[in-house]
Design a protein around this ligand. Structure first.
Ligand code: CMX
Length: 437
């Protein structure tokens, strides 16, 4: 991982130079106009952030450092030939824009393992959390409790120079990723297994994804592969989504990466963001409950109508930005159809995909995107392995998100991005301004 840091030390001045040119030569140009509705409507569609690690295309989905998920599935290094990309390799990609070679990948695997240490008092703290406290609350608090280990906070107190921020932050960012799965597994055991100790590491060669699955009690090759895929697909979704933006905002005050990541998790815990996946699984299970294992496509149509009639949305379908099937959905469905094609729930997900995109616009012509999003499949895959603790699903998402938001936070400091401080306006003030336009 020292090699990665060295690579970044070479890259950063180049990008800093570009940013300076941008500011000097184009800083006063008008980029776009802002509508009153955008000010009221959560700044939708308003370009307001520089974000290096990923960019969302309405038609192709997310690109990590310019690489589409389709390409990443084919080109990124993996532990199983032709299998899921290695999350450690995508961490390298998000930070540096390149895939690591075999030796570099192996180094990251070892490094993440070495950095995963959690102090005994933090383990005891997590064990003391009430069992009925939401897993995301426990996860966020557990990560926050690790904050006393922040090297950035120590260096800052010691008076580090501004151009050295990113170097001081590098260790924290990698450490947050490394520790996230262990804290997440401790939370799992605290809630669902009465605080039992994490399993011994029978195989210390396990990579990050396999080790996380192992700590949750799952030890098949298929589950290892699913975990790697899940981690890779949920890492990053450009800068404006709630978890990425919360991380950026808090970090812009020079709060250290533990503080920023905990804030990111608090945003991810909201039902309009990370919680949607469990809603989606519930919806599929309603169909199985109602029609049994021998459901057919007419049953799906009926249940979609019933969902609309009861004033609900069809979870897992639609998106604020995407206008095509989310490739994160496609790759998850492909995984299910390849590894367990006869699974009833996976067949149901597939049948819904054949029925719903045509049906939704007939029922609601104003729907901008009738295609499935990332949440339409993940729950069904986890259920196949018996991971049926729905409330825990967002924690998995959070572990994955650590890779993306920590990579972007490092770049925030590397580029010297300032504290965020957008202007605000009262309703009356906006009305006055608008009348005079
Ligand atoms: N089922 C029923 N109606 C839907 C719908 C769905 N899946 N998706 C959109 N609509 C409705 C909207 O509620 C809206 O109705 P009103 O005009 O009556 O308010 C209309 O269609 C137009 O909405 P839109 O412009 O297509 O979508 P938005 O950008 O407003 O909302 C989203 C996007 C994701 C909130 C919405 O599609 C939705 O609620 N989907 C279901 C929940 C879900 O899967 N969420 C996970 C999103 C994953 C992610 O963000 O990554």
């Amino acid at each position: 991982i020292h090699k990665l840091k060295g690579k970044l030390a070479e890259m950063i001045p180049v990008v800093q130079g570009r940013l300076n040119t941008l500011k000097k030569e184009h800083g006063d140009k008008v980029l776009e106009t802002v509508k009153v509705n955008q000010v009221i409507g959560g700044m939708r569609g308003m370009t307001g952030l520089v974000y290096e690690t990923s960019k969302l295309s309405a038609t192709e989905g997310i690109r990590y450092r310019g690489h589409s998920l389709d390409e990443i599935m084919k080109m990124a290094p993996s532990f199983v030939e032709g299998g899921s990309p290695a999350p450690e390799g995508i961490l390298w990609l998000l930070l540096s824009g390149e895939y690591p070679n075999k030796q570099e990948l192996d180094d990251v695997v070892i490094d993440l393992k070495e950095r995963s240490y959690i102090p005994e008092e933090t383990i005891e703290l997590i064990r003391s959390f009430p069992k009925n406290m939401h897993p995301m609350t426990q996860f966020s608090m557990g990560m926050l409790a690790c904050q006393s280990m922040s090297t950035f906070a120590q260096h800052y107190r010691a008076g580090i120079a501004k151009n050295k921020y990113w170097e001081a932050m590098f260790d924290d960012c990698i450490n947050v990723v490394a520790k996230s799965s262990k804290v997440a597994a401790l939370v799992f055991n605290n809630i669902y297994h009465d605080g039992k100790h994490l399993p011994e590491f029978f195989d210390d060669k396990l990579d990050f994804g396999a080790k996380y699955a192992h700590m949750l009690g799952y030890d098949s090759e298929d589950m290892y592969e699913l975990m790697r895929l899940y981690l890779v697909l949920h890492m990053d979704h450009e800068g404006g989504n709630v978890s990425a933006h919360a991380n950026r905002l808090v970090g812009s005050a020079l709060s250290d990466p533990y503080l920023s990541f905990s804030a990111s998790l608090n945003g991810l815990a909201g039902p309009l963001h990370g919680l949607a996946n469990q809603e989606c699984l519930r919806w599929y299970l309603e169909i199985l409950d109602k029609y049994g294992k021998h459901w057919n496509k007419d049953d799906i149509v009926e249940h979609v109508h019933h969902t609309f009639d009861s004033g609900r949305v069809v979870p897992g379908y639609g998106h604020a930005v995407l206008r095509k099937t989310d490739p994160r959905f496609t790759h998850q469905l492909e995984f299910g159809l390849t590894h367990f094609p006869t699974d009833n729930l996976i067949q149901l997900v597939n049948a819904c995909y054949e029925v719903i995109p045509e049906l939704l616009p007939k029922i609601k012509p104003s729907i901008a995107n009738p295609y499935p999003n990332v949440d339409a499949c993940s729950g069904a895959l986890l259920m196949h392995f018996g991971l049926n603790q729905f409330d825990y699903y967002t924690v998995l998402f959070g572990v994955s998100r650590a890779f993306g938001v920590m990579s972007s936070l490092l770049w925030d400091r590397a580029l010297g991005l300032p504290i965020e401080r957008p202007g605000s306006v009262t309703v009356e003030g906006l009305l006055e301004k608008a009348k005079n336009l």
